[in-house]
Write a protein that binds this ligand. Structure first.
Ligand SMILES: Nc1ncnc2c1ncn2[C@@H]1O[C@H](COP(=O)(O)OP(=O)(O)O)[C@@H](O)[C@H]1O
Ligand SMILES: [Mg+2]
Length: 229
């Protein structure tokens, strides 16, 4: 497993006359097994930063180094392979397929990674159990609670054994008890698997569940001395 290192990352959006400095010089390193939160208000650049780390967006400047390779320098093909093999991405929206079982939803990436359906099922069921969904494998999303749906989405992100976990407001649709459970579980998984995890959130409750918190404001990380004010 490998750490994730963001260095001097810059991403500006240029509109008609106006430039939004969404990410404006962020340097951050997340170690293997470490679950880190980037905390900031809406519009502070969290989703942009996560998309950069996921290889979904190219930075204007800076590097995103994972496993000795710079994600920012990837070709389109390399970037797609990085997302397929290395990135476990979890978002606020679950994007589950309606009418398909929890199991089918959770294992959807595995055939693309070369697993047979039988192998994919065998690999996915333990994850559903681990996430407390053992009894729900044949349920469809519409038969599941919000918390259960998010767990299916987390299983889907993890079954391919990604090298890093990226989560954008993953608890945005959950109540505070469920939120905490899910975040604690995500931290446990990062530690167990020795992978770096990055959570971006505007939820001040969420940050009690992580190993370290960095505050983002207008695309920049605040110094710890500024962050409390
Ligand atoms: N595709 C885009 N084009 C132009 N501006 C954008 C785009 N995406 C985000 N922004 C702007 O960049 C800033 C950061 O947005 P975002 O990364 O979504 O922040 P957050 O996730 O913290 O709410 C905001 O001012 C937002 O309006
Ligand atoms: Mg966002």
């Amino acid at each position: 497993m490998a750490p994730l290192a963001l260095r001097d990352l810059v991403k500006h959006y240029r509109g008609d006359g106006e430039t939004v400095r969404a990410v404006d010089g962020v340097t951050l390193r997340i170690e293997e097994g470490e679950f880190v939160a980037l905390y900031g208000p809406s519009g502070s650049g969290k989703s942009t930063l996560l998309m950069l780390a996921a290889g979904l967006l190219a930075p204007d400047q800076g590097s995103i180094v994972f496993d000795g390779r710079d994600v920012a320098a990837f070709s389109a093909r390399e970037s797609a392979a990085y997302r397929r093999h290395d990135v476990g991405l979890i978002s606020q929206e679950f994007h589950l397929i309606p009418g398909a079982s929890a199991l089918d939803n959770a294992m959807i990436k595995l055939p693309v990674l070369g697993y047979t359906l039988r192998e994919a099922r065998a690999k996915t069921l333990p994850w559903l159990q681990r996430l407390g969904l053992g009894e729900r494998a044949s349920h469809r999303p519409e038969q599941l609670s919000m918390g259960e749906r998010q767990r299916v989405a987390i299983a889907r992100a993890l079954v391919g054994e990604p090298g890093l976990l990226l989560a954008d407001e993953p608890t945005g649709n959950l109540d505070s008890v469920r939120s905490k459970e899910i975040l604690v579980l995500m931290g446990e998984i990062c530690r167990e698997r020795g992978i770096p995890g990055l959570l971006v959130t505007h939820d001040s409750d969420a940050i009690s569940c992580v190993d370290a918190v960095h505050t983002l404001r207008d695309g920049r990380l605040l110094d710890p001395s500024e962050a409390g004010s």
